[in-house]
Ligand binder design. Structure first.
Ligand code: NI
Length: 169
């Protein structure tokens, strides 16, 4: 089932999401729906707060499904051992139509649980590292806009305001 994606400046995008302690039937359904929604939106990643559930769950696919669907689920993710930096263009399904170059760590370690609540640990680089940082930010109420230099952030916020006034956002 395709879920509605919450857009900036919705309040839920600013909340710290709750830890997941068990996979209830509702969460199982949510994971399946988030995968459907991610591919429908042609996104690289989707965090549960973006579909209205303030829990520490994210789904990503580093090719956005362009090389066949290979969704990965991360629950209660913790990032560590960040190193290097890469500047690349970034956008967000919750900030539709707005893009900016954004500086991120080039490499990191992620510890999380998979959808069977088994611990997983991996070193991520490049695109996967970028998506993990972007989506983990969502679980902490942080948007990519917050990671931009203030002049870029202000430009995007003004642009969104104008789009809202014109009924185009
Ligand atoms: Ni996003």
């Amino acid at each position: 089932m395709i879920l509605e994606i919450v857009t900036y400046p919705a309040e839920i995008l600013r909340k710290r999401a709750e830890q997941v302690t068990e996979i209830t039937p509702e969460i199982k359904k949510l994971i399946a729906d988030m995968k459907d929604t991610l591919y429908e939106a042609k996104g690289y990643g989707l965090a549960a707060p973006q579909v209205g559930s303030s829990i520490q769950l994210l789904v990503l696919d580093e090719t956005a499904g362009k090389e066949g669907q290979r969704p990965q689920v991360f629950i209660n993710p913790v990032l560590s051992d960040e190193e290097g930096e890469i500047v690349a263009e970034e956008g967000c399904l919750s900030v539709p139509g707005e893009y900016s170059t954004c500086k991120r760590f080039a490499k990191l370690t992620v510890n999380a649980l998979n959808e069977r609540l088994e611990p997983i640990s991996m070193v991520a680089e490049g695109q996967l590292a970028r998506i993990l940082q972007h989506e983990t930010d969502h679980l902490n109420g942080v948007l990519f806009l917050d990671r931009l230099p203030s002049f870029k952030r202000d430009t995007i916020k003004k642009h969104i305001k104008r789009r809202i006034q014109q009924g185009e956002y």
